[in-house]
Design a protein around this ligand. Sequence first.
Ligand SMILES: Cc1cc2nc3c(=O)[nH]c(=O)nc-3n(C[C@H](O)[C@H](O)[C@H](O)COP(=O)(O)OP(=O)(O)OC[C@H]3O[C@@H](n4cnc5c(N)ncnc54)[C@H](O)[C@@H]3O)c2cc1C
Length: 270
Amino acid sequence: MNAPLTRPDLTDPLGPHTDTAQLGVPGTCHVAPDALQGIRRLQTNASRWEGAGWAGFVSSLRERGMEVIESAGTLGAYSTDAGGTAYGMPHGVVIARSARQVSQLVQCAQAHQVPVTARGGGLTTEGESVAYGGVPLNLTGMSRVLHIDLAAMTVRTEAGIFWHSLAEELRRENLDYLSAPLNLTSSVGGTLGVGGIDVNSARLGCSADQAVSLQVVTPTGDIVECSDVQNVDLFQRVILGYGQFGVITEATPRVRPYTPFECITSITRH
Ligand SMILES: Cc1cc2nc3c(=O)[nH]c(=O)nc-3n(C[C@H](O)[C@H](O)[C@H](O)COP(=O)(O)OP(=O)(O)OC[C@H]3O[C@@H](n4cnc5c(N)ncnc54)[C@H](O)[C@@H]3O)c2cc1C
């Protein structure tokens, strides 16, 4: 017999997570009552950067031939992510076309102390890809597949590509990626920045596990190749680094042979 359902004790400082009915053991809490005491709550909504140095930053980018979009309509489109719970208005948007442009942008941002927020599909749900002032760096302009290595079973791609576009390219070679989020507009770079899981992850690892090597633009603007054997520290931090340790501009994930779904046409009852 199931344990009787009890209502969560909403007076508990740990809140409804201590709903002991869910644990099936009424009255027992598996979190120590003092576990969260003295731990300061982190501020989840970052304070807005107010814009000192913005004009100089924009001038130096435009001198290098880079476009900065400052129209209200475009800024509004970047004011939140797929979660819609965190809002921040950027000062301007840059759509990068090459690693060199990303490098120039990062160097100018350093010189003028402007915050940069890397953004792929913007499918985070808690504001991780939202710029609270400063510049969202849109990577989706970097979406070319560069090389498929059939011997090594890897693909080299620009990091702003969406997984479904990568899948279309791979399918022509009868290949597929190993694992990627089940939505259409998440980018390779953004997913490596957060992890990424799908139904294959239990067998094949998360999306980030596929990465053999990366090209990364560091916070100082260097364009660096990294992997498990080259610039290892950078590699390990950029993967699942939420864009805080560098911008992924190219990635080499592993691939596998494409296996079509088998259609079940009838189910026999025994
Ligand atoms: C409807 C929906 C369904 C989802 N389904 C799944 C799912 O099945 N599995 C799953 O794992 N997740 C899922 N998610 C979460 C979402 O797919 C992941 O957060 C997504 O993979 C991130 O990709 P993105 O391109 O949207 O990244 P963004 O949201 O743009 O960015 C993610 C983070 O990485 C950083 N970043 C972006 N690009 C780069 C880059 N080139 N280099 C370095 N850092 C970068 C950003 O600053 C941010 O911190 C889902 C989300 C939604 C809204």
